[in-house]
Design a protein. Structure first.
Length: 148
């Protein structure tokens, strides 16, 4: 049985490992492990940066995602961004992300968040299909970025 819960500092190492795998798998990026581990730790050290949630099958962590926050003047409230999504390969296409999403949606509603958003690499058609299947859409915005 899969359970979804807010991550604790004990989950830092597995979250960092998931992010290394995700970056390599989805964008062909080999992340600097020291920088990444510091970045993950920074979220646990400063709640304003966000928070992580994990999916567990018994004691085994099988997925994680991070929530960050954006103030919306249009909605006079917070919009939560779902980021850094990773599900172990053996657990994909089994509804784990859907469970995580529904859990996050419930937590967001309780916190009176005004919505949930995420971005996905244009070439990641598998993830896009999952997001559409749970009722999200990518019809409103195109993301532009500059990265240092």
């Amino acid at each position: 049985m899969v359970s979804i819960q807010e991550a604790t500092v004990h989950d830092k190492a597995v979250i960092a490992t998931f992010q290394i795998k995700m970056a390599l798998e989805t964008e062909g990026l080999d992340l600097d492990q020291v920088v990444l581990k510091q970045g993950v730790a920074a979220v646990f050290n400063d709640v304003a940066k966000g928070k992580y949630f994990v999916a567990k099958d018994g004691d085994k962590t099988i997925g994680s995602l991070m929530i960050t926050y954006e103030w919306s003047d249009w909605r006079n409230g917070w919009v939560w961004w779902i980021q850094s999504v990773f599900i172990e390969e053996d657990y994909r296409q089994k509804g784990v992300f859907k469970q995580m999403y529904l859990h996050i949606q419930k937590v967001a509603k309780k916190a009176k968040a005004r919505g949930l958003r995420l971005y996905v690499d244009k070439s990641n058609v598998n993830a896009q299909a999952v997001y559409k299947a749970i009722g999200m859409d990518g019809d409103h915005y195109t993301l532009f970025e500059w990265m240092a």
